[in-house]
Write a new protein. Structure first.
Length: 190
C-alpha cells in the first residue's frame, strides 16, 4: 500500500471514529460562531444565485439549515461531518447551530467537501428540530434530497414533504448524495 493510500485510509478511519463519537462543543467553536454564520450565509446565497428550484423553496420555507462545509471521506469505513447554522425565514435571523454527522461502510474510497442546505417547509418540522435538538434522518420529518438531474419544476402543489435538502458545491448541485445514516444534533455553544 503506497503512502497516499495509507494516508487516505488513516484519515478515513479517523473521520469515521470522530463521527461515531458524540459531538463535543469546544471553546474554539464558541469563538468562531460569527465565521460559521458568514460562511453559511455566503454558501446559501451561492446556491440561491445558481438554482431556481432552491430559490422557490427558500421563498416558501419556515427556516433553512445550512452546512457550508461538509467533509465526507471513506476507505471501506467512511464518515461525514460538518457544522451548520439554522436561519429563520428568509435568512433574517440566526436560530441555532447544528452538527451533521454520519457513518457508513462498504466499497468506498476518497473524499469530498460540499455543502448542504435543508429547507424546512412546515412549522411542525421546524418545531420538531427545535424540541428534539436534532434528529437522525429517517426518524423525524420527511426529507427529500434534491440531487443534480432532479426534476426542475417546483411550485406550491409540489411541496409535499417537510424538508428539501440540496447537496452542492461551487460547481452546482451534486449527484448521488443521500442523508441516509446521518444525524443532525444541536450544538449548545458554551
Amino acid at each position: 500500500m503506497d503512502l497516499t493510500r495509507r494516508s487516505l485510509a488513516a484519515g478515513a478511519l479517523g473521520l469515521a471514529g470522530a463521527v461515531a463519537t458524540p459531538f463535543a462543543v469546544t471553546p474554539a467553536f464558541a469563538d468562531h460562531r460569527s465565521d460559521l454564520v458568514a460562511a453559511a450565509d455566503s454558501s446559501l446565497h451561492q446556491l440561491l444565485n445558481d438554482n431556481a428550484q432552491a430559490r422557490f423553496y427558500y421563498r416558501h420555507c419556515r427556516g433553512v439549515l445550512v452546512f457550508p462545509n461538509v467533509l465526507k471521506a471513506g476507505f471501506i469505513f467512511g464518515g461525514e461531518t460538518g457544522n451548520g447554522v439554522l436561519f429563520g425565514p428568509h435568512g433574517r435571523t440566526t436560530e441555532g447551530f447544528f452538527n451533521l454527522s454520519g457513518g457508513s461502510w462498504g466499497l468506498q474510497i476518497g473524499g469530498q467537501d460540499f455543502a448542504y442546505a435543508l429547507f424546512f417547509m412546515t412549522a411542525s418540522a421546524l418545531e420538531y428540530l427545535h424540541k428534539s435538538a436534532g434528529f437522525a434522518v429517517g426518524t423525524g420529518p420527511s426529507i427529500v434530497v434534491i440531487n443534480a438531474g432532479a426534476g426542475k419544476e417546483a411550485n406550491s402543489t409540489t411541496i409535499t414533504h417537510d424538508v428539501y435538502a440540496f447537496p452542492y458545491n461551487h460547481k452546482g448541485l451534486m449527484a448521488d448524495l443521500t442523508l441516509q445514516g446521518t444525524k443532525i444534533t444541536q450544538i449548545h455553544p458554551g
